[in-house]
Structure formats: C-alpha cells, structure tokens
Design a protein around this ligand. Sequence first.
Ligand code: SAH
Length: 373
Amino acid sequence: MTINPPKNLLGLDLQELTRLVEESGQPSYRASQLFHALYAGRASSIEQVSTLPKEFRSWLAAQDFVLAVPEIEKKFDSADGTVRYLMRLLDGNTVETVWMPDGDEGEAGDGSEAGSEAENSGRRDWRRATICVSSQVGCAVNCQFCLTATLGITRNLSPSEIVGQVTAVLNEQKVSPPLERVNLVFMGMGEPFLNYENLMKSVRLLMEGVGIPQSRMTVSTAGIVPRIYDLGTEAIRPKLAISLTAPNDELRERLMPINRKWNLELLMTAAREFPLRNREKITFEYVLLRDVNDSRQHACELVELVRGLRAKVNLIALNPGPGIDFETPSDKNVLGFQRTLIEAGVPAFIRKPRGRDIYAACGQLKRTIQVAT
Ligand code: SAH
C-alpha cells in the first residue's frame, strides 16, 4: 500500500483553490474564503478555519491536504532587537528567517540609533520592520565571503515555504493588518533567481493574499542575468537589488565565481535595460572587504560602472564568520568609500549590521545546528 504524501494548501493561488473547490462540489465562493483564511488570516491549521463547513474540511483532509506552516524551531534574540528564527520544514530541512524591527534597509544608513524601543511584554515597539526571507536550503553560488555558501545547495524552497516564513514570523510577532509597516527582503539563504518561479508565485501570494505591497519587497541577486530580464516583464514584482561587491571583472571573478558566467558587462547591460517604475531605483550592494575592494580607486571604478543609472549603492562592511578569509574594513575606509561615491553624485548608504551578535547579519545565515558543531 502506498501512502500519499500530504499536499499543502498553503502555496496554492486562488485559481488552484478554485479548481479544488469545484472538485469538492462546494460553491465557488469557498475558494476566496479559503484564500483569505490562508493568507490574510494566516491560519495555521485547517480546523482553525471555522468559516468553512465541517464537511468541506473533512473532504480536504480525506484528499490528504494539510495546512503546514514552517515551524519555528529556535529563536535567537539580538541586543539590537533583531530576531533570527530557525524554521523547520516538513522534510526536516531547516532555513533561517530574520526579523528586524526598525531596520534602516540602508535607506537612512547614517548609523543612527532607531527610535524609542519601549519594552512591550518582551516584544519591542517598532515603527516599521523588515523580514529577511530565505529562498533555498543552502546556496549554489559560492560567493567567497558568504557563510551560507559553505553549506552548498540542498534544494529550492516551495511557495508554501517562502510565504510560510513570512506568515510564521508575522504570527509570532503578533503583527495585524494593515501590513504597511512591514518590508520584505529576499536576501536570506539562497539565490532567489535560481528559484525564480517559486519566488514569483510567492511574491504574488504575499501581495494579493497576505497584503504586503510590491513596493515594499526587494529581491537581491548575485547576478543571474537572464532572470533580471524576466523580472522586468512581470506585472507584479519586487524591487531589484544586485550584489556587485567588485567594480571590475578580475576582482569580481575572484570574489563571486558567478561572474565567469555573467560578467559585469552583461550584468550592467541588464541593469541599464531594467524597466524601472516611477521613482524606483535599482540598489547595488557592495560588501566591503578590508584591503581587497575598499580603496578610493575601487570607489572611483564603481562610480564609472553605475554612471547614468537610476541607482543607489548600499555599502555593507563584511560580517565575519568562521572559515571566511576576509576582514572587516576600518570605519574610516567605509566612510571614505561612501564619501567618494556621494561626491561623485552616487547616492550611497552604509547598511547597519543587524544582529551580528546572533549571526543574523548579511552573509551569516547558516543552519544553526552546523554553526554549533
Ligand atoms: N544570493 C542573493 C541574496 C542573499 S545574500 C545575493 O547574493 O544577493 C544578501 C546580501 O548579503 C548580498 O548582497 C551579499 O553580497 C551580502 N553578503 C554575503 N555575505 C556577506 C558577509 N559575510 N558580510 C556582509 N554581507 C554579505
């Protein structure tokens, strides 16, 4: 006898739910009820959805449908309010998701402290917050300065696992709609553009279902050029960030081997051709590595590279990690690098490291179990 693996309702879109409801013989409005319960309502079990008649819920269960949200297995609290969640998936794999209250997302970038953070039964008040979402278990891209890279790639995350990270964190943080103060960045573990279809379906569910505006979502890529063109054709899409980290091919090949496949000319052409919306900018991320890419000369090369683009640069001082053979640059170099960009007319922001003390900062996400060993 074969046992069917459970099928997850989470991750299905309205069209798929409509087909399901038709099969069940229920009236078609049940599909939107279910859609609403799954995403806006962030239900965590089928039984919880009391708007649906019992017989429909039993029918779903009989068809091996479940409602499975990634389970928060562990939680690490940083002194700066950042929380790193270790999420357990149905197959036992784990990924990490990060909650950053009053994150500056590199917008303010002035290193100033976030505003009043009154303690509120162990939970901080916040004016806006950012959730950093993973797209894969591990990563295949192998950037030399990133801790996630040392894991290698296990598999892509499904839409239910991408959306589920967000709903799990929102539930845990007790965030109620409207969600205008919540930003999403697809900058956690993995290369989102190597899981393009699942990512884009998740983006649509997060916008149309969960209620997070597309203008509040950003996807970051190491430079998978064909998918940058694809993103430009999407009706609903997040903003685009590109991890640059080196201003010439020689250096970039060394730091980010993906540059051998798509070099800077191909990458920057795709960036120049990317159709921006009103007031939208492309973000370039640049991880500063001491004595490797942090000189004035590098900053000048970067200015030339982004000249004429509607863009801003987010500077990230390297977050160190075990087995990472690079060092964090001095504050003086970081500030000097920023000044060179700004003086040349390139908006440049220094991204505050968030949750470094709990290994939650950029490039530090790795299954905790492995960090501990
Ligand atoms: N794969 C995607 C998204 C995940 S990485 C990408 O490469 O963009 C998110 C950001 O963290 C990237 O800009 C990456 O360059 C940066 N990053 C990686 N390792 C880092 C480290 N050790 N310190 C600081 N930033 C790092």
